[in-house]
Structure formats: structure tokens, C-alpha cells
Design a protein around this ligand. Structure first.
Ligand code: 3HC
Length: 304
């Protein structure tokens, strides 16, 4: 049984000062929050990934988005240039040596995340705070290979990062107060609402999401067509239908979220083979040239 930790807000005075941010992963989520870090913290941000091509793709995304902010008049061109200069990419983890906040958004596989943190711990100072953007894995297990697991915290963003107002700060059993405090102060600087959650599968938001997506996929598994499910669910007031949302978060991520919940609570959550098949194909909805949904990938769906 987990030891009870004090609830309530951590002492802000314990928060560590952040002078450089390290981002491990240069994919969809990581690039989006790297941009937010540089914009709101105004400190150097270094991103890394498995190879230079991935790093370059992440950097290109960040630079494009800075350009869009400039075009929209949200930032001046001086500011845009300053932000661009603050973001760098590397494939050498030694460049993380002076980072005091390192956050990862690599593939959602426990072993990979454990190894990423064990490796980065060799490069950063003992004072650096470490964070994971995991969607639904256990933060405690992710930190299992760390020498100092008390400096690891969950810091869960939602897609699109620029727009979604929430961050789940996951208080793992070993997370210490200075780490939690640092995470809360950073979230406030990013101008997000932060909630502190327990380290339970799916935390809070993905529990709800896994229910909605699991039930809607299950209706499809049972033979109800996608467009009928979509039409039935949309009037609940969702900003987008469940299948568009699945495409936004990524079919593989969505399938992983369902699997994690099903593994943790088999009676309460569905996993969906159809979602895995669709994830392999890489697409779910079919669209016309203007982006309107015209149908879905029927070939990949098997009725159970
Ligand atoms: N990146 C950056 N900005 C984006 C964006 C993106 N991908 N998508 C939309 N935006 C911005 C637009 O630029 C626009 O900003 P502006 O007003 O400054 O120009 C603003 O958002 C509104 O966009 P639009 O008018 O084009 O579109 P909508 O009003 O239809 O809103 C939406 C788009 C915000 C994506 C809305 O459909 C929505 O809220 N969808 C649900 C998203 C959601 O539930 N996300 C959570 C997913 S779960 C998750 O991420 C957790 C993970 O662990 C699985």
C-alpha cells in the first residue's frame, strides 16, 4: 500500500530556479512544449532525439510556430529572433549538463523511459529536476532506475499544448517537495492551470478520456459505423468528435492509453484491436481536399 503524502500545495520557496531547459524527444508533444518553455521562461531550451533528422524536424516545427506567432502579431520580430536563438538541437546528451529542468516525451514504453532517465542522470547535475510527460504510465516505475528518484515528477500536457489550459502534475510516492514545488512554479510561468494528481494509471484526465474513447471504439467494434457513433457523441458538447480527437492525439498514443487502462482495470476499460489495426495503417478518417471528414478507413475495421 502506498504511503500517504501530505496533500495541499507545496512550499513555493522550495522551487528551484530554472536557467536552462532540456527536452528529450522532438516529436509532436515535445516540440509543442519546447516552444512554450522558451516563450514563457525565456531561457535556453535544448532538444534531443534518436537522430539528427528527428531533431531537425522538431526544430523546424518550433521555428515555424515562432514565425506564425510573429505573423499574427503576438510577438515582435526582435522577440521572434531572440526565441529562435534560444532553441538549439543536439544528439549529444552532454549538452544537457547545465540543464536544471529536463522533461521527456519519448515513446510511451516503460523500459525506454526508464533507460532515458538512467542515461540523462549521468549527464545532469544532482540538483536538476526531471519530469515526464507520460500519458498514463506509472511515474514511480519510470523512475525505477534513477539514483535520485525524488527529483522526478509527472508533468502531463494536453494536445494542442498552446491551447489546452491544463497540466497534470503527478506527485509520485518518492517525489520530494522541492521537485513538486518547481513543477508548480513552472506550470504557473507557462500560464497553465496545474492540478496535483496521485500517481495512478491515467491520472485523472486520461481516465475520463479512456472511458469515452474506449466506449466509442467498442461501439465500432460491435458494428455501429463510425459516423453514427460520432453523431451520437458530438452533442455532448465536445469541441471535436471522438475520432477526430483520436487522430489529434495520435492513434498509437490513443491505443496505448486504452491498453494501459485495460491492463490496470480490465473490468472497467476496453482495449480495441480495431484501434491497433487503424494505428498500423496510420489513418482513421478520410478527408476531402478541404479537410472535411468524408468517411473512415473501413478496410481496417473488423466487427467482433
Ligand atoms: N497547435 C497550436 N495552436 C492550435 C492548434 C495546434 N495544433 N490547433 C488549434 N490551435 C489554435 C489556433 O491557432 C487558434 O488560435 P488563435 O485563436 O490564436 O488563432 C485556436 O487554437 C482555435 O483554433 P481553431 O479556431 O482553428 O479551432 P477550434 O476552435 O475548432 O479549436 C481545438 C481547435 C482547440 C483543437 C478544439 O477542437 C479542441 O479543444 N479539441 C479538443 C482537444 C482535446 O480534448 N485535447 C486533449 C487531448 S488528450 C491529451 O492530449 C492527453 C494525452 O495524454 C493523450
Amino acid at each position: 500500500k502506498r504511503a500517504k503524502k501530505p496533500a495541499g500545495a507545496p512550499d513555493k520557496a522550495l522551487a528551484k530556479r530554472i536557467t536552462k531547459v532540456g527536452v528529450i524527444g522532438a516529436g509532436l508533444m515535445a516540440s509543442q512544449f519546447a516552444l512554450l518553455f522558451v516563450r514563457r521562461l525565456q531561457v535556453p531550451v535544448v532538444i534531443t532525439d534518436l537522430d539528427q533528422a528527428r531533431v531537425d524536424k522538431g526544430l523546424a516545427y518550433i521555428r515555424d510556430e515562432i514565425g506564425t506567432l510573429e505573423q499574427k502579431g503576438r510577438i515582435s520580430s526582435d522577440e521572434a529572433n531572440r526565441l529562435r536563438a534560444l532553441v538549439t538541437g543536439t544528439t549529444d546528451k552532454a549538452d544537457f549538463a547545465d540543464c536544471d529542468w529536463v522533461i521527456e516525451a519519448v515513446f510511451e514504453e516503460l523500459g525506454i523511459k526508464q533507460d532515458v532517465f538512467a542515461e540523462i542522470e549521468q549527464h545532469v547535475s544532482p540538483e536538476a529536476v526531471l519530469a515526464t510527460n507520460t500519458s498514463s504510465l506509472s511515474v514511480e516505475q519510470i523512475g525505477a532506475k534513477l539514483a535520485n528518484p525524488e527529483r522526478l515528477v509527472g508533468f502531463h500536457f494536453f494536445n494542442p499544448v498552446a491551447v489546452m489550459p491544463l497540466i497534470e502534475v503527478v506527485n509520485a510516492p518518492k517525489t520530494d517537495e522541492a521537485t513538486l514545488s518547481t513543477a508548480m512554479v513552472i506550470a504557473a510561468k507557462l500560464r497553465k492551470n496545474a492540478v496535483i494528481t496521485r500517481d495512478t494509471p491515467g491520472f485523472v484526465v486520461n481516465r475520463v478520456l479512456a472511458k469515452v474513447l474506449g466506449e466509442t471504439m467498442h461501439a465500432v467494434d460491435e458494428g455501429t459505423p463510425f459516423e453514427v457513433v460520432d453523431e451520437a457523441v458530438k452533442p455532448f458538447g465536445l469541441p471535436m468528435g471522438p475520432f477526430e480527437l483520436l487522430e489529434l492525439v495520435g492513434l498509437k498514443v490513443g491505443a496505448h492509453v486504452l491498453d494501459t487502462h485495460h491492463a490496470a482495470f480490465p473490468e472497467r476499460f476496453f482495449a480495441s484491436d480495431n484501434l491497433h489495426r487503424l494505428a498500423e495503417h496510420g489513418k482513421l478518417l478520410e478527408r476531402d481536399g478541404k479537410g472535411n471528414v468524408t468517411g473512415y478507413d473501413k478496410g481496417a475495421v473488423k466487427i467482433v
